[in-house]
Design a protein around this ligand. Sequence first.
Ligand code: BES
Ligand code: MN
Ligand code: ZN
Length: 494
Amino acid sequence: MTDPVRIHAVPATIDSLATQTGRIALLVDSPDTLDLAARRVNKLTRGALARMLASDRFAKLKTGETMTLAYPAGMEAEAVDVVRLPRRADAVQSRKAGVALAKLKGKAALTVMAGNHRHAAELGMGLALRAYSYDAMKSAKDNGSAITLPGDVTLMVAKPDEVETALIPMRATVEGVFLTRDLISAPANVLTTTSFAEQLSSLRDLGVTVEVLEEAELEKLGMGSLLSVGHGSESPSKVVVMQWNGGAKEAAPLALVGKGVVFDTGGYSLKPAGGMEDMTMDMGGAGVVAGVMHTLARRKARANVVGLVGLVENMISGRATRPGDVVRSMKGDTIEVINTDAEGRLVLADVLWYAQDRFKPAGIVDLATLTGAIIIGLGHEKAGVFSNDDTLCNAVLKAAEAEGEGAWRMPLGAAYDAKLKSAIADMKNVGGRDAGAITAAQFLQRFIKDDMPWVHLDIAGVASVKEDTAYAPKGASGWGVITLNRLIADRFEG
Ligand code: BES
Ligand code: MN
Ligand code: ZN
């Protein structure tokens, strides 16, 4: 796994500012509210900092944006980076200021003069989240653009002990996010269903109970829907069950269910060649579930959570499912497979049913890179949120808002469900072009029991993005790990 940047808090002192090497970051609200460190830098640079802060460019600087005083005379630092941050900045603003600083950083060590800033740890978390790059496939490990090296970020703060304590669960979260990004970034010849299951098995080292259900077992369970997706692949389909039981013995768990299509060619309803390589991220939902389980175990969360992922590969061969085939789900309902590219819902149908059947969970959150239609609707800014339960849904939305991850509720309803009517089976697996993300969610809801609180997150637009996102460089974002970790911390712990 990519090493999360190690960030440490040390007692604030301005005595070393003149001789400190590397980069120095200052938090500045307005030119006339400089803290001790900024005033000292201004003095050392004979007013150069104040002149920069009096400039038009600084006046136009928005919260979380940066400006740099390079090679300041009177100091040994290679740069003084100023990030504009209100003194009363909230947690998300502070985290985003950390992201902005991480973007500036070259190889040099960074010392952040955070003084009394109340969200110094959040700022550190932002730095850590942004300092990621996927280098596993490169033979030369040093690619020059990597943002930082482990162990070289120092937060100088008034209360280092408090900040260190706050950083502990944040490191667990950053590790989870990095695990998710690594899994999503990995190509499909490396991350097969088998190697994915092996990686998940190593969560045992952290105290997670992991079971890998193989094809024979899935057949016995009657998971004809999930199995139909993997028929064309040489890689065996699997369901992996991960249990973290940190809560009360009798408390029903929260179930997290993830779509883990390690590669989606579309099957016989073949995708166009252009961009097909992106479908290496089609296991994004399962990747997020893995990241959350890692985080929960690393911070020893006092909650019962079970993560279930369906790992399959959607390929073509003489054994692959044909359009028109009818398959039987574990629930017992039959499905006419009109389009083999609508495979994620076929996988989730059986995993959702199994999750309810076996664990009687208190609620279910599923994550899936399910539809291109959600990207048309919401772009790459927000995940689509679908739910049959206002309480659980609002809790998810609130957690996403608090963590600065985009999410937007979409409707469900009988008229959409009616689009799934099949002439020869209990349902078909597509509902037409119109409202494609909603009819996909309706399909999933058919496998949710009536009183089961359920939230479906369509993360097709946010799981992997071709431009930088709020917390990540371009590529896999890890969207959802932070939000779900908070949901669990706020609603399912203690
Ligand atoms: N994995 C795709 C959805 C997707 C598209 C994810 C783009 C990420 C980026 C999914 O399996 C799929 O192919 N969905 C089809 C459904 C259609 C056939 C009803 C789609 O969205 O086109
Ligand atoms: Mn597909
Ligand atoms: Zn897919």
